[in-house]
Design a protein. Structure first.
Length: 237
């Protein structure tokens, strides 16, 4: 049974939002968690329901191709609006496909080899060889990802925000890459920031941010935050 605790922010009446943290190639667990979300929605119908993914779908884990195939086909079960955000790993892949040597090296170093392996591609083939082996639907999905989403008094983003900068004025790179000074900041950011990017053993809930990255690719749970009214619960996959 889903248990709830008071949340540091709220959604309007009649709304629910399910937010899933960093996936990193965990295709089977993603499908299982989607099934749990669908079951929860069926058991507890609501007027408006959204399923949001916080980015970092690829790299590190063993089935990045499976994750992108799943999300490109149907990013949310029936009855849920889908919102998919980009992470730094998606940005790194797209930059690597442009062919700059530094971008290629950076992506391979941060987990790109696992993504290439999931497509049966050789890291030595280079960007020209990789592009033909990644389905166009997967690349279109990656190029269409958003950097942020607002709902109620929450701001959803992959990595975080720069303290002291208005949410509308945040640098795009900070939204997908920042750690400090965001993680240690006690400042109020204009909304409670829901993010991933920095793995923890369990979800972090603070007065100004909520972290849903629980290192699914390396043995931790795959975490989904369930936001409704002024309360918060968790589903795990």
């Amino acid at each position: 049974m889903l248990c709830f605790d008071p949340a540091p922010a709220s959604l309007p009446p009649g709304e629910r939002l399910y937010a899933i943290g960093d996936l990193h190639g965990c295709a089977g667990r993603l499908a299982a968690l989607h099934a749990r979300i669908a079951e929860d929605l069926e058991a507890r119908p609501v007027a408006r329901a959204t399923l949001l993914h916080l980015g970092d779908y690829i790299d590190k884990g063993d089935d990045s191709a499976g994750v992108l195939a799943f999300l490109a086909r149907a990013a949310a079960p029936p009855g849920l609006q889908a919102v998919c955000l980009t992470g730094n790993h998606e940005a790194a892949l797209l930059a690597a496909l442009e062919g700059a040597p530094g971008d290629v090296a950076d992506w391979l170093w941060c987990g790109g080899r696992a993504t290439l392996a999931s497509y049966g591609l050789d890291p030595a083939a280079g960007p020209a060889g990789w592009a033909g082996g990644i389905p166009a639907a997967h690349l279109d999905f990656l190029r269409g990802l958003r950097r942020s989403h607002r709902a109620g008094s929450y701001f959803f983003v992959h990595a975080g925000v720069r303290p002291g900068v208005a949410l509308d004025d945040q640098a795009p790179e900070d939204l997908i890459r920042i750690r400090q000074p965001f993680l240690s900041s006690e400042a109020r950011h204009g909304a409670v920031v829901v993010h991933g990017h920095t793995a923890r053993a369990e979800p972090e809930v603070r007065h100004n941010r909520i972290n849903l990255d629980t290192a699914a690719w390396s043995g931790g749970p795959l975490t989904c935050g369930v936001f409704e009214a002024d309360r918060l619960g968790f589903l795990f996959g």
